[in-house]
Design a protein around this ligand. Structure first.
Ligand code: AKG
Ligand code: FE2
Length: 356
C-alpha cells in the first residue's frame, strides 16, 4: 500500500535567523509508539505484541507501520502509558517477544482507515468466499512441469522493462498510457507455448455456452517482490468480458474494490504501474481480497470484470489470515483477454469508458 501512514516523528526542519536550516526538538510525547524490529515478518503477531505492551496500559491497537512487516505502531489511550512502555522496553531484549531488541520512538500520526484495513482485511482462499459475482479461481490449473515450461518459454523471449516490472505482449500490444490496445496493429497469433492453456480455458468451469473464449491478447507480467499493480478496471472498450489470469512462480494477494458510483475513476493517461492513482483518500468502497497461489487461474467475468477494481498490493509479504506469506523472487502472470472491436454496452456505465 505504499508509504507508511505513520512512523517515527522526524525532527521538524525550520529556517534559522542566519538562513541555515535547523532542527527543532523531536516530539517528546505521544500516545502512539513506533516500534521497529517487531512484527509478523519476524514471527511476532500483532496479538503477541499487544499483549506485551498491555502491561503498561490499555492498547487501542497494533498496526503495520509500513509494508515491511517488521515495524508496527502501538496506540495507547494516553501518553503516560506510552512513556512507561518506552522507558521499559526501548533498546532492550524483550523475552516475551522472542528476545528481540525493540527500537521504540514516539509516533505522532494517527492510523488512517486504509492502514487499519490493510492489516485487518480477511483474505479469502476461494472465489466463492469473496461473494463477488463473476469471480472464479481454479487452483492447480497447470501442473508444476507445465509451469516450468511456460516460464522457460517466456524467459527465452525478450522482456520489455517498465519502471518496476517486466512485460511481454502477444497478439496485440497493450499501451499503458491509453490503457488500450491498437487494434490496427496485430502482432500475430498467440504463441504455441500458450496453446495448452488456451485449450483448457475453453472448458473452464463456470462459463456459459455463449461465452466467447477466442482469446487473442496475452500480457505476461513479471513482478519482483514488493511490486504490484495499482487499483484499476481493465478498460471496457479495450477488452471483452472475460479476463483470465494465470499465476506462475509465486503467490500474491489480489484485492478487489467496488467504489460507490462516481467515487473514483482513474484519469485518462494515468499508468497502473504507479501508486499515483491510488485513491488512498477515498474510503467509500467495499473491499475483498483473495489469495492467488502459483499455478492457479483466476477468471474475472460479469460484475467482477466490469465493476470491481482489482489491485495487487505493493508488498514483500502478504498476511493471509494469521500466516505470513513471503512473495517469492518473482511472480509471473499470463493475462489472457479478447480484444473488443465495438463499444462496450455493459450495465455498469459509471465504470465504462464506452458510455462516458
Ligand atoms: O498479474 C495479474 O494477475 C493481473 C494483471 C492485470 O490486472 C492486468 O494486466 O491488467
Ligand atoms: Fe487488470
Amino acid at each position: 500500500m505504499g508509504l507508511p501512514r505513520f512512523g517515527p516523528p522526524n525532527p521538524k526542519a525550520v529556517m534559522g535567523d542566519d538562513g541555515t536550516t535547523k532542527k527543532t526538538n523531536p516530539i517528546i510525547s505521544s500516545p502512539n509508539l513506533y516500534v521497529a524490529n517487531c512484527g509478523p515478518a519476524v514471527g511476532l503477531s500483532h496479538d503477541a505484541i499487544a499483549a506485551v505492551f498491555a502491561s503498561f496500559g490499555h492498547v487501542q491497537g497494533v498496526y503495520a507501520a509500513d509494508d515491511s512487516g517488521a515495524r508496527v505502531v502501538v496506540c495507547y489511550d494516553n501518553e503516560s502509558c506510552a512513556a512507561a512502555a518506552l522507558a521499559a522496553l526501548h533498546g532492550r531484549s524483550c523475552p516475551q517477544l522472542a528476545g528481540r531488541t525493540l527500537h521504540i520512538r514516539y509516533s505522532v500520526l494517527q492510523p488512517s482507515p486504509t492502514t487499519v484495513h490493510s492489516s485487518s482485511i480477511q483474505v479469502c482462499l476461494s472465489a466463492s468466499e469473496t461473494s463477488i459475482p463473476g469471480l472464479y479461481l481454479v487452483p492447480d490449473f497447470v501442473t508444476p512441469r507445465e509451469e516450468q515450461e511456460l516460464l522457460a518459454a517466456v524467459d527465452a523471449r525478450p522482456w520489455i522493462s517498465l519502471a518496476k516490472r517486466r512485460v511481454q505482449h502477444y497478439g496485440y500490444q497493450f499501451c499503458y498510457q491509453t490503457r488500450n490496445v491498437n487494434t490496427k496493429q496485430h502482432l500475430g497469433e498467440l504463441p504455441s507455448f500458450v496453446s495448452p492453456v488456451l485449450e483448457r480455458v475453453s472448458s473452464f468451469p463456470n462459463l456459459n455456452d455463449a461465452a466467447d473464449v477466442s482469446l487473442d491478447q496475452l500480457t505476461v507480467n513479471e513482478y519482483p517482490p514488493g511490486v504490484g499493480l495499482s487499483p484499476h478496471i481493465d478498460t471496457h472498450s479495450a477488452f471483452e468480458g472475460l479476463i483470465f489470469s494465470l499465476s506462475l512462480a509465486g503467490p500474491c494477494i489480489m484485492e478487489f474494490r467496488r467504489y460507490a458510483q462516481g467515487a473514483w475513476f482513474p484519469k485518462a493517461g494515468s499508468s497502473i504501474d504507479t501508486e499515483s492513482e491510488n485513491p488512498e483518500n477515498c474510503t467509500n468502497f467495499s473491499r475483498r481480497a483473495i489469495y492467488l497461489p502459483p499455478r492457479s487461474m483466476l477468471l474475472l467475468s460479469g460484475e467482477a470484470r466490469l465493476a470491481w477494481h482489482h489491485y495487487i498490493p505493493h508488498h514483500k509479504i502478504d498476511i493471509v489470515n494469521d500466516n505470513v506469506i513471503k512473495r517469492s523472487a518473482r511472480r509471473v502472470s499470463f493475462t489472457l483477454r479478447k480484444v473488443r472491436t465495438g463499444p462496450c454496452q455493459c450495465q455498469f456505465p459509471q465504470y465504462c469508458d464506452s458510455q462516458r
